[in-house]
Design a protein around this ligand. Structure first.
Ligand code: MG
Length: 249
């Protein structure tokens, strides 16, 4: 697991800021009637306007700039011109920004119009689970401490953590070691060290199942049981104190 030096971190901070600015640019457009392909086009334009490239475009052949996943879709949602947002939807947008060869990755789940109580609870718990996990990402702690904190927070709120996809190290590449499970045991795994850069990303279902299936489009990962799913992600730097979130404004 690579440790970043000051010069590298300057690029990663900028990549992170651009990814965050891109989500911010999309927010006013998250309205009923908007197509997911339209949001994707705006995201790509925003990333490029800041001198970044969309990390996901072409990654393993992915044909769009960002991933947009609605309702029972977990992640890797393929934007489409014939899919429009509707009131009551939850929609997660996952943005990767590559700036000067350095990558940042962030995701947020948004409400379209007003949500029912189940969807709102899912969003709230998944959001808070991300920050519980970030608080566990301290130098000297074990990687498993992050996983355990996340899982126990989610399950104590009656929701299900997804097991088939994970967080990851990040830097030169979108996905670097270590793999960060969203479930696990405290006190296990490698020790966290200052200078590590990690993408922590709880994916949480209303459940009861945590298994997924791949949509017919070949990209979009859906819950197998059709339950709702939310996704929040930040790229962060492990320090001697609280982790620094790189994908915030
Ligand atoms: Mg990620």
């Amino acid at each position: 697991m690579a440790l970043r030096n000051a010069d590298e971190l300057a690029f990663m901070r900028q990549a992170g800021r651009i990814a965050a600015l891109t989500l911010e640019a999309l927010k006013p457009h998250l309205q009923p009637g908007v197509t997911t392909a339209g949001l994707n086009a705006l995201a790509e334009e925003t990333l490029r306007s800041y001198g970044a490239t969309p990390t996901f475009l072409g990654y393993q052949g992915f044909p769009s700039a960002v991933c947009i996943s609605r309702n029972h879709e977990v992640v890797h949602g393929l934007p489409r011109p014939d899919v429009t947002l509707r009131s009551g939807d939850i929609v997660s947008i996952d943005v990767g920004a590559t700036y000067q060869g350095w990558v940042a990755d962030t995701a947020w789940t948004y409400a379209i119009g007003s949500l029912d109580a189940t969807a709102q609870h899912l969003i709230d718990v998944t959001h808070d689970a991300l920050f519980v996990a970030i608080a566990a990402a301290k130098a000297g702690s074990h990687l498993g401490d992050i996983s355990a904190a996340l899982q126990s927070y989610v399950e104590s709120h009656g929701l299900t953590v997804l097991r088939e996809l994970t967080g990851h190290g990040i830097g030169r590449e979108l996905h670097e070691p270590p793999t960060i499970l969203n479930y696990g045991r405290a006190g296990t795994g490698p020790i966290l060290r200052p200078g590590m850069t990690l993408a922590i990303e709880p994916m949480v279902n209303t459940g009861p199942g945590w298994r997924t299936r791949l949509d017919a489009d070949g990209w979009t990962v859906c819950t197998q049981d059709g339950s709702l799913s939310a996704h929040f992600e930040h790229t962060l730097l492990v320090t001697t104190g609280a982790a620094e979130i790189l994908t915030s404004l």
